[in-house]
Design a protein. Structure first.
Length: 201
């Protein structure tokens, strides 16, 4: 049965190179970041809640060829990424963090820029799922989460952000990104989003 507002969860970049303390990327969680455990716990609750209440999950990952030939280094973020040698396809760093990855049969979308819609299969998967609402969570808030949420809002989706399941490199960047997104999306805590799913909302 189709709910009045059908939700889909976009779980973005819960990969070792971002989430694990030994990962190569610090755009979303700095080394030794005290927020790490909280973000991981919230992401776990969000994924579990979606599965418990029949909300489809699309796990969004970033990955590149080992020579990074597809990366246009037109901005500092891409130059740093290539320099770090992160997210190489087939590497440990590109794998999903233990407990935050997709289950068999769930959708996985790979992309190579900030906006997960850009040059990826995401739009096609969403066309098949036919959601009205997209809940976006992941890392980094001020890069991929914000870019993707802006696209979703422009495309007409009722867009939500699970703020505690997201992280930017520092609290100031997190607050600024969420403040900007609040004009385009509904910014809420994970437990409130899951509670709405439990009520069929």
């Amino acid at each position: 049965m189709r709910d009045q507002m059908r939700s889909v969860l976009l779980a973005m970049h819960y990969q070792n190179d971002v989430v694990h303390p030994e990962g190569r990327i610090r755009f979303g969680l700095s080394e030794g970041d005290a927020r790490r455990a909280g973000v991981i716990a919230a992401a776990g609750r969000l994924l579990a809640g979606a599965r418990a209440h029949g909300v489809p999950i699309i796990s969004v990952r970033v990955a590149f060829r080992s020579d990074y030939a597809e990366v246009v280094t037109n901005a500092e973020i891409w130059r740093r990424l290539v320099s770090s040698r992160a997210f190489q396809e087939g590497s440990w760093g590109a794998e999903f963090y233990d407990g935050l990855g997709p289950l068999p049969g769930e959708f996985v979308v790979t992309h190579t820029r900030n906006d997960a819609f850009y040059a990826s299969s995401l739009e096609g998967v969403l066309r098949a799922l036919r959601p009205d609402r997209l809940i976006v969570a992941g890392i980094a808030t001020n890069f991929s989460v914000e870019s993707t949420a802006r696209h979703a809002s422009d495309a007409g989706y009722d867009t939500g952000i699970a703020e505690d399941a997201c992280s930017a490199a520092n609290p100031e960047a997190q607050r600024a990104s969420l403040a900007a997104l609040a004009m385009l999306a509904t910014v809420r805590k994970t437990d409130d989003i899951v509670a709405d799913w439990a009520k069929g909302a």
